[in-house]
Design a protein around this ligand. Structure first.
Ligand code: AMP
Ligand code: MG
Length: 487
């Protein structure tokens, strides 16, 4: 276990130099205080969890203090936003403080979001509000606990600093961690600004540090792109299987590591709705729930374009062709498990599609349906779940097919079925209304609800005593909450 001043830095991205990032110091928050910390994320840095409660912790992650070895940098990138190219983006309110190595030899970027203005702030104030910082913190840690690759969050630091959004709010900082903060938009930036040398340096950097096994391949850059395609197909299959809607899948929010990255007006589905749009400024539904699948491919094509100096167009196209079949195979595999199936049959895709259609038409809770389906043997479970559906004849027909399918699946002792299904079907997810409750309390100075919610979500598959209220459908006020895009 380490104390805060014992972290070991090795700032590899900073060493790429001024063409890639700009040195900027964090701008401190007034009266910084700990809102919430993640012991699991602290463990990744070998940090003693008790240090979160010390004043120096809030000072470090509230922008007041800095390790001597840190080299805070704002990264430059660009990207396609809602389908159109924006030539100049970058860390407008976040700083890569440095890269820390843990005892296992893993390195973690420490990125402080909400750290003040940078050369890339454009019209923004460089700040993040408490509300959006709590949402990012809870979502990153909750996704990780669900087994969905994501950036991590060490802590949220609150403050007295006024920040103006639709109304006056308070500034906060979230300390984000990832093995890399390099986005698709980094490659696009050097491609569209026609800087081939830096473009090559960036590609070498990513290959050496994050895809070293691709070095062994005859075409290392192609192997790396293929791997990025595969990781994104797997990631988006998980989003779709668990009902996560990212909301702003611009290419500057897509990680080169295939992890969930940059949280805005994201949402987990309550009722199943394939057409759900969580970002209320997304008028055309470009980033609707079901569109995440083709948009994943669109974003990979944008990255492919930026890699044309290194890889032939034919090879890029072939690699892009892997995305959809891989997505489908991963998705179907996850959905089979969610249904408790251990074998594969040709018609399973149809079984899933029919169920989702019925759920869509009846507004059935996406998370609780699967959890309850695993509570009991199939025949009993479907009888109980039947009441949630409006189209009873439709549900009965599906239930007959499902029961027959479960029968053919074989080994289905009641206990095994329950254990197997509960291990993949969470009881607790980050519902918008739960986040909203925690935010409202935190805004009035009570951080206990954020902390409790974080703890519950860190074990989403385990039924926790006394936490029934976190496993409920939203009350009327909490359905279809409009989440502000300003953050
Ligand atoms: P996002 O929608 O959060 O992915 O942000 C898109 C771009 O706007 C990124 O370059 C951000 O750094 C920048 N940005 C967002 N909010 C602010 C802000 N309050 N101040 C400065 N830059 C911002
Ligand atoms: Mg972003």
């Amino acid at each position: 276990m380490k104390a805060l001043d014992e972290l070991t830095f090795d700032n590899r991205f900073a060493r790429l130099g001024d063409a890639f990032s700009t040195h900027v110091l964090p701008e401190p928050l007034d009266a910084p205080r700990l809102v919430v910390a993640s012991p699991a994320a602290m463990a990744l840095l070998d940090l003693d969890p008790n240090v979160a409660e010390t004043p120096v912790f809030a000072e470090l992650f509230g922008g007041h203090k800095l390790w001597a070895e840190a080299e805070p940098r704002a990264m430059v990138y660009s990207g396609h936003q809602f389908g159109g190219y924006t030539p100049q983006l970058g860390d407008g309110r976040g700083l890569l403080l440095g890269e820390v190595y843990n005892e296992a030899g893993e390195h973690w970027d420490l990125h402080l979001k909400g750290a003040g203005m940078t050369p890339y702030s454009r019209m923004g104030d460089g700040r993040a509000v408490l509300r959006s910082s709590i949402r990012e913190f809870l979502a990153s840690e909750a996704l990780h606990a669900l087994g969905i690759p994501s950036s991590r969050a060490l802590c949220v630091i609150g403050s007295d600093t006024p920040v103006w959004r639709e109304k006056q709010e308070r500034g906060a900082m979230v300390l984000r961690m990832a093995h890399s903060h390099i986005r698709f938009g980094h490659f696009e930036y050097f491609y569209y600004t026609k800087k081939p040398e830096q473009q090559a340096e960036l590609a070498e950097h990513v290959l050496n540090l994050h895809y070293p096994e691709c070095r062994e391949q005859p075409e290392p850059y192609l192997a790396m792109f293929r791997e990025i395609v595969e990781r994104n197909a797997e990631l988006i299959a998980k989003w779709q299987a668990y009902g996560f809607c990212h909301g702003v899948m611009n290419t500057d929010n897509m990680s080169i590591l295939g992890i969930t990255f940059d949280f805005g007006p994201f949402a987990f589905l309550d009722d199943f709705d394939a057409h759900f749009i969580c970002n209320h400024s997304d008028h055309e539904g470009r980033y609707s729930f079901s569109n995440q699948v083709p948009i994943g491919q669109w974003n990979l094509s944008a990255l492919a374009q930026a890699l044309t100096p290194f890889i032939s167009v034919d090879a890029l196209k072939e690699a892009l062709g892997l995305y959809l079949p891989l997505y489908q195979a991963n998705y179907l595999d996850l959905m089979r498990r969610r249904l408790g199936l251990t074998t594969a049959e040709d018609d399973d895709q149809k079984l899933v599609e029919r169920l989702l259609k019925l759920m869509q038409n009846s507004g059935v809770d996406y998370t609780l349906f699967f959890r309850r389906l695993g509570d009991e043997p199939a025949a009993l479970a479907v009888t109980r779940l039947r009441d949630d559906f409006v189209d009873l004849a439709g549900f009965d027909a599906w239930a007959e097919q499902y029961k027959a399918r479960v029968e053919r699946d074989g080994d289905n002792s009641e206990e095994q079925r329950r254990a197997r299904m509960h291990a993949v079907n969470p009881l607790y997810i980050l519902r918008n209304y739960l986040a909203q409750n925690a935010i409202a309390a935190a805004e009035s100075g009570d951080y206990s609800e954020v902390r409790r919610l974080h703890e519950v979500l860190s074990k989403p598959f385990e039924e926790q005593a006394g936490m029934e209220q976190y496993a409920q459908r939203p009350p009327d006020w909490g359905k279809h909450l409009e989440i502000s895009c300003s953050s």
